[in-house]
Design a protein around this ligand. Structure first.
Ligand SMILES: O=C(O)CCC(=O)C(=O)O
Length: 312
């Protein structure tokens, strides 16, 4: 049995890679739905004060924030337009510049390194955003962060961000098929269209949470990627929401509760910024974590933003 200090070390590892997980899940075949809460409990036990602080602050945000953006529990998503959240125009400008620069420099070797993946190329990912403090600041701007905190009931951690480019493609595989995300039982991803996104650009497409649940009740637990026909058999047909719209339009989406796919059969480029917020005590640890320095030039985070960025 590992010592308690080893236990703490383990909870700081990505769940798929640590030894305890291997013993519990792989050797003893204890399912992940049992192992994961166990990890979360270990993490909470290691930082009970922070656990309570994050919850208290989320309650305060709900009680005191005027014009709080709410994500309805039943739907599990909330759409927004380009003028609904202050700063999205700057996000669009900044991401477009990054895209233009990286497109000029995109070497053909890049595509050779990723011969099988023809979509959702991360142009900017995780800690690379620290080179763009103005972007990082906007990604945890209080309207965005507060919406995620209110929905999750805790000040969450910014656990991932990717500026993704999906060029024209002819595939419908992997995340181009309906799926849930499994990092936790709930999460908030913010999708911001950087280019105007139309039907033929492989927009993010999803089912509301209540419909996704109905589909599961009808066809059984959805694991992995599922063909449309199966989702339609379960009653998902005609309930798809497509994230089409001008630059700066987007959605808050609980991708753990809403079946979704994207980047399917693009005829033209799509550029999307995806920001992920997870409960800080989730058992999952990002594969591209942010290590945001406390003195990032051009960015003075407030205490709630510091919690989201993991700055102590
Ligand atoms: O927008 C897309 O192409 C799919 C995104 C997706 O599946 C995800 O972020 O979980």
């Amino acid at each position: 049995m590992p010592s308690s200090s080893e236990n703490l070390e383990m909870v700081n590892q990505p769940i798929r890679q640590n030894r305890l997980n291997k013993i519990l899940h792989k050797n003893l075949r204890i399912p992940q739905w049992v192992v994961r809460p166990f990890y979360s409990a270990l993490k909470i036990a290691a930082s009970p004060i922070q656990y309570r602080l994050r919850k208290r602050l989320a309650r305060e945000i709900v009680a005191t924030t005027q014009s709080l953006i709410t994500i309805p529990e039943r739907d599990g998503y909330r759409l927004f337009g380009p003028d609904d959240i202050e700063g999205t125009d700057c996000i669009v400008r900044s991401c477009t510049e990054v895209y233009q620069k990286s497109r000029e420099a995109f070497p053909p070797e890049y595509f050779q390194k990723h011969p099988h993946k023809k979509f959702l190329f991360p142009i900017l990912e995780g800690a690379e955003f620290c080179r763009h403090p103005e972007l990082l600041r906007l990604m945890v701007s209080r309207p965005i962060l507060d919406a995620a905190a209110a929905y999750l009931g805790t000040v969450p951690k910014l656990s991932g961000a990717r500026l993704c480019w999906s060029p024209a493609n002819d595939t419908a595989r992997s995340s181009q098929l309906f799926h849930f995300d499994y990092e936790d039982l709930r999460q908030v991803k913010v999708f911001i269209n950087i280019f105007e996104t139309k039907e033929d650009q492989g927009p993010l497409t999803f089912l509301p949470a209540d419909i996704s649940q109905q589909v599961q009740r009808s066809i059984g637990r959805v694991l992995g990627r599922v063909q449309d026909e199966r989702i339609y058999e379960g009653g998902g047909r005609n309930h798809e929401v497509k994230l089409i719209g001008p630059p700066g339009s987007g959605a808050f989406l609980d991708t753990s509760r809403c079946l979704h796919y994207g980047s399917r059969f693009n005829r033209r480029d799509r550029l999307v910024l995806i920001i992920q917020f997870l409960n800080c005590f989730s058992s999952y640890r990002s594969t591209a974590p942010f290590d945001v320095p406390p003195d990032l030039p051009g960015f003075k985070p407030d205490p709630v933003q510091k919690l989201a960025l993991g700055i102590h």
